[in-house]
Ligand binder design. Structure first.
Ligand SMILES: [Zn+2]
Length: 313
């Protein structure tokens, strides 16, 4: 038997057939259409094409899972709101797909799908208690408790990026102040680097930016960090403290076996995890006898959306 995983994004939709070992046997991609109805029609056609090209029948498909970039209710199958795709508000989604294919349909948000993928097949494989944080332009969270994805009431929990790190602190994309996201997203890191560059005109960061602050990006920042630029190091050390303090909260709430970091910044691998591990070790609550939390980076990256969505089935 096979499952199908669909990763819905703001610009493209990726779907894949996944075998029982979690391998993608075939995947296809289409651009995201502008209205929900057109989008759903294109998704149905994409899945039909996928089944046909795989020489399968719907009898061989156990179910179809979807990961959405926004708010969904996994129990009712309704997509509540997608901030980055036009018109997706209160859409009764799962029933439409069920009617088209006659198989089980499950939906969740993309951070939850990534978390599930890492726990089933990636860096947290075999762990029963997992916390994942995705560090991108936003910060997503996923939690697995006793081997099961925990989504909270109405699937609206585990918004780990919007827990308060600094009371009354920097403005967050959600409208509140001081959220973890406002300190550890890629955007936040770049803003922290820009502030420090203005105070350190001799920083090598200025050269790669051609003296134009607006062109600073993550790639330039990490290039100079790895070249040993003192300003970049200062920014990164502070960033590590923000991130570690956020993770310490999750350690103290959940005491997971493992924390997985995903998203663009996680590509730094051990540069990131070694420093965080040390900071957390030095600052845990109840250090004596408390199990140490392993902190690792995600290993599935591009395919995680499809694999995680399929793993909902
Ligand atoms: Zn927020």
């Amino acid at each position: 038997m096979y499952t199908i995983g669909v990763d819905i994004g703001g610009t493209s939709i990726k779907a894949g057939v996944v075998d029982e070992k979690g391998n993608i046997t075939l995947s296809l991609q289409i651009p995201t259409k502008n209205s929900p109805n057109a989008c759903i029609e294109s998704i149905i056609n994409l899945i039909k094409e996928l089944i046909e090209k795989s020489n399968l029948t719907t009898n061989q498909i156990k179910g179809i899972g979807f990961g959405f970039p926004g708010m969904v209710n996994s129990k009712t199958g309704v997509v509540d709101f997608l901030p980055n795709i036009n018109g997706w508000e209160n859409i009764d989604f799962s029933s439409k797909i069920e009617n088209a294919f006659g198989v089980k349909v499950k939906i969740t948000n993309d951070a939850n799908a990534h978390t599930l993928a890492e726990q089933k097949y990636g860096s947290a494989k075999g762990a029963n208690n997992v916390v994942m944080l995705t560090l991108g332009t936003g910060v997503g969270g996923g939690v697995i408790i006793d081997g099961k994805l925990y989504e909270g009431e109405g699937s609206k929990g585990t918004e780990l990026g919007h827990t308060t790190l600094i009371l009354g602190g920097n403005k967050c994309g959600c409208g509140r102040k001081g959220c973890l996201e406002a300190y550890v997203s890629t955007t936040a890191l770049i803003n922290q680097a820009k502030e420090q560059m203005l105070e350190n005109k001799d920083s090598a960061l200025w050269h790669l930016c051609n003296n134009n602050l607006a062109t600073l990006n993550g790639k330039i920042f990490f290039t100079e960090l790895n070249n040993g630029d003192k300003t970049a190091e200062k920014v990164f050390d502070k960033y590590i403290i923000y991130l570690s303090e956020g993770l310490l909260n999750f350690c103290n709430i959940f005491r997971p076996e493992i924390i997985v970091l995903g998203g663009g910044i996680s590509a730094q691998g051990k540069v990131l995890t070694d420093k965080i591990t040390k900071y957390c070790k030095d600052n845990y609550y109840g250090l004596t006898g408390a199990p140490e939390v392993k902190i690792v980076t995600a290993t599935l990256s591009n395919d995680a959306g499809i694999i995680g969505a399929s793993a909902l089935i």
